[in-house]
Design a protein around this ligand. Structure first.
Ligand code: NOJ
Length: 563
C-alpha cells in the first residue's frame, strides 16, 4: 500500500472550491470583492477541508461575460488588487495547505485586448492572424452561438476591414486563431507567468471551442495537422514548468459525452487535460434526482471510459457559476428536469438550462440537500464546490441571466450579508433577499449550528480525504432491488467502501452481498455510529431513511486506518 502516492497526484483526492473574487469578500469597502478579502477567508476554507482554490477570472476585463472576456492575460484588475495581493493570497493558501488554480481562457479574448485592437486595424496587421476571419458572407449560424439570447450567430462583421470574425460566445469575445503557432506560444507564455507566481494549475475554459473545426479549417495557412496537438503541447509545457513544484494541472471545461471526453484526456496516452468536469454525469444526476430514480446516474457512471490511465481524473460537481446546462440530455429528459426543478420561466436560461442554486430546487429540504452533497463527495472522482454551496445559498432571480447564482457570499446576517461595508447601491452585485438571504442563510450562523449544511460538508470533506479509494479507486455499481438507490463499491489497493444513496423520499432496506469479503467482516458507517457485519453468506441489510445515505468502510483485519 502506497498512501504516499496520493501526494504526487494531489488532484485525485482534492476538494476544489470555486470563487469569484468579485463577490467573495470586499476588504476595502468599495462594494467589490477583492483578493485581499479572499485572503482573509482562507482559514475558513481550510477549516471546511477545501484543498484547492479555483479562482475565476480576476484579469483586467470589460466584464461583458463576468471576466471571461479578458483584456490582459498577465494582469490583475485593479478593482480586485494587484500582483502583490495575488502573491500574498497564493502564499497564505499554500501555508494553509491549499493549492490554487486559476481560470485560463484559451479560446477567446475581449475585443478590448490589444491583440484584437491591432488585428482589426488592418488586414495586414501582424496580429490579424491571431483571430479567425472570413471575407465571404457567412451562412445562418444562429444555432451555433453559445449565447443565442444575445447573439444571432458566430460571425460578426467588422466595419473597418469589411470582413467577419469568429466568436462562439459574445461578439465582444473574438475567438483566437489557435492554429497560429504565435497564439499557442503566447498562451503557453501566460501559463508560464502564472506558474512562476506560484499557481498549481489552471481551469481551462471552453476547451472544445479552442480546437474547433471552424477555427482550424480553411481559414489559416498555419493549420495544425491534429488540433489535439495543441492540448498536448500545453500539457507538456505545464509539466516542464511545474516540475519540482509538484504536478500542476489543467482542469478542462469539456461539456461533451464521455466518449468524446476521452480524446481530451489524450486517450490511453493521457497526455492532454489532467482533469475534466464530468458534465454528462452531472446532467444525468439531475435527471436521477428529478425522477428519484438512480438509473440515469448508474448509466452515466457505467458509461465513463475505463481505460484512461492513472493520471487523468474526473471532477464532479452539482452546481457551478453557469446555468445548469442540460444540453447533453435528449429533449424529453431536459424537459423532465426543467419541469421538476425550474417550473417557472424565470428559473430558466436561454431555454437550455436553469439559473438556480440547489437548495431552492429542493424547496429547501435539508435531508435531500445533505444526501445530494453526500453523493457529490461519494462519486468516484474529485468534488468541486461553488462558493456558498457549503452554507446553502439560493439564487437571486431579480438579477439578470446567469448572474442569479453569482450573488455576494453571505457571511453574516449583517449589512450586505457581511460581504461589504459599502452602500447596497454600490455593490458589485445585489445580495439575495428573502428566505435564502443573509438573514436566514449565512456562514456565521452555520458555524454555530452543528446540524448545518456547513458542518455536514466539513464532515464529508474529512471522510473523503481519509478515503483515497473515492478519488483513486476502481468502482462498480452494486445490484440491489430499490430503483431509488445508488449502491456503489470503490476499491483502491487494500481499501474499500460501499456507498449507499437513496434519491427517493421513502425509507428502504438495501440487501447487500459482498462475495469477495469474508463472513464476519465489519462495515463501519463513517457518517454515524452504526456498523454491521457480513453474515455467513457475506451478506447484510442496510436501512436507509428517505434521502438517506451511508458510507460503509469495509474494515478488514489489516486496515491501518483509525475509525
Ligand atoms: C465557460 C464559462 O464557465 C462561462 O461562464 C463563460 O461564459 C464561457 N466559458 C465563455 O468564456
Amino acid at each position: 500500500m502506497r498512501i504516499t502516492e496520493t501526494a504526487d497526484l494531489w488532484y485525485k483526492n482534492a476538494i476544489v472550491y470555486c470563487i469569484d473574487p468579485e463577490t467573495f469578500l470586499d476588504s476595502d469597502g468599495d462594494g467589490i470583492g477583492d483578493l485581499n478579502g479572499l485572503a482573509q477567508r482562507v482559514d475558513y476554507l481550510a477549516e471546511i477541508g477545501v484543498t484547492c482554490l479555483w479562482l475565476m477570472p480576476f484579469y483586467p476585463s470589460p466584464r461583458r461575460d463576468n471576466g471571461y472576456d479578458i483584456a490582459d492575460m498577465y494582469g490583475v484588475d485593479p478593482r480586485y488588487g494587484n500582483h502583490g495581493d495575488f502573491v500574498e493570497l497564493v502564499r497564505i493558501a499554500h501555508d494553509r495547505g491549499l493549492r490554487v488554480i486559476i481560470d485560463l481562457v484559451i479560446n477567446h479574448t475581449s475585443d478590448q485586448h490589444p491583440w484584437f485592437r491591432k488585428a482589426r486595424a488592418s488586414k495586414d496587421n501582424p496580429y490579424r492572424d491571431f483571430y479567425v476571419w472570413r471575407s465571404d458572407t457567412p451562412p445562418d449560424t444562429s444555432e451555433e452561438s453559445m449565447f443565442p439570447d444575445s447573439e444571432n450567430g458566430i460571425w460578426t462583421h467588422d466595419e473597418k476591414t469589411g470582413e467577419w470574425y469568429l466568436h462562439h460566445f459574445l461578439h465582444t469575445q473574438p475567438d483566437l486563431n489557435t492554429a497560429n503557432p504565435q497564439v499557442r506560444d503566447a498562451i503557453a507564455k501566460t501559463m508560464g507567468f502564472w506558474l512562476q507566481l506560484g499557481v498549481d494549475g489552471f481551469r481551462v475554459d471552453a476547451v472544445p471551442f479552442a480546437i474547433n473545426q471552424t477555427t482550424f479549417e480553411g481559414h489559416d495557412k498555419n493549420e495544425l495537422e491534429e488540433p489535439h496537438d495543441y492540448l498536448r503541447s500545453l500539457r507538456a509545457f505545464l509539466a516542464r514548468r511545474s516540475s519540482g513544484n509538484g504536478a500542476a494541472i489543467m482542469l478542462g471545461e469539456v461539456n461533451l459525452p464521455h466518449e468524446e471526453q476521452l480524446t481530451f484526456f489524450g486517450g490511453s496516452d493521457g497526455d492532454q487535460l489532467t482533469m475534466q468536469f464530468d458534465f454528462y454525469t452531472n446532467q444525468k444526476t439531475f435527471l436521477a434526482l428529478a425522477r428519484q430514480d438512480a438509473a440515469p446516474l448508474i448509466e452515466a457512471l457505467n458509461s465513463r471510459p475505463k481505460d484512461i490511465g492513472v493520471e487523468p481524473q474526473y471532477a464532479n460537481f452539482l452546481r457551478n457559476h453557469d446555468e445548469l446546462t442540460l444540453d447533453l440530455l435528449p429533449e424529453d429528459e431536459q424537459n423532465e428536469v426543467l419541469d421538476t426543478f425550474g417550473p417557472e420561466e424565470e428559473h430558466r436560461f436561454a431555454g437550455r438550462g436553469l439559473r438556480r442554486r440547489l437548495p431552492p430546487m429542493f424547496d429547501g429540504d435539508p435531508r435531500r440537500l445533505k444526501m445530494a452533497y453526500s453523493l457529490l463527495f461519494a462519486l468516484p472522482g474529485t468534488p468541486v464546490l461553488f462558493y456558498g454551496e457549503e452554507i446553502g445559498m439560493g439564487e437571486n432571480l431579480e438579477v439578470d441571466g446567469r448572474e442569479a447564482v453569482r450573488t455576494p457570499m453571505q457571511w453574516t446576517d449583517e449589512k450586505n450579508g457581511g460581504f461589504s461595508s459599502a452602500a447596497p447601491s454600490k455593490l458589485a452585485r445585489q445580495v439575495t433577499e428573502g428566505p435564502y438571504g443573509p438573514a436566514h442563510v449565512n456562514a456565521a450562523d452555520c458555524r454555530r449550528n452543528k446540524d448545518s449544511l456547513l458542518h455536514h460538508i466539513t464532515r464529508l470533506a474529512k471522510r473523503y480525504r481519509e478515503s483515497p479509494e473515492l478519488g483513486w479507486g476502481d468502482y462498480a455499481v452494486l445490484d440491489q432491488p430499490n430503483p431509488s438507490v445508488l449502491a456503489h463499491h470503490v476499491t483502491w489497493k487494500d481499501r474499500s467502501m460501499v456507498l449507499l444513496h437513496n434519491l427517493g423520499a421513502e425509507p428502504v432496506v438495501v440487501p447487500l452481498t459482498l462475495e469477495e469479503e469474508e463472513p464476519g467482516t465489519q462495515l463501519l458507517d463513517l457518517m454515524s455510529e452504526e456498523s454491521c457485519e457480513l453474515d455467513q453468506d457475506s451478506s447484510t441489510e442496510s436501512q436507509l431513511d428517505g434521502y438517506g445515505y451511508r458510507w460503509l468502510r469495509i474494515k478488514r483485519a489489516d486496515d491501518p486506518r483509525l475509525v
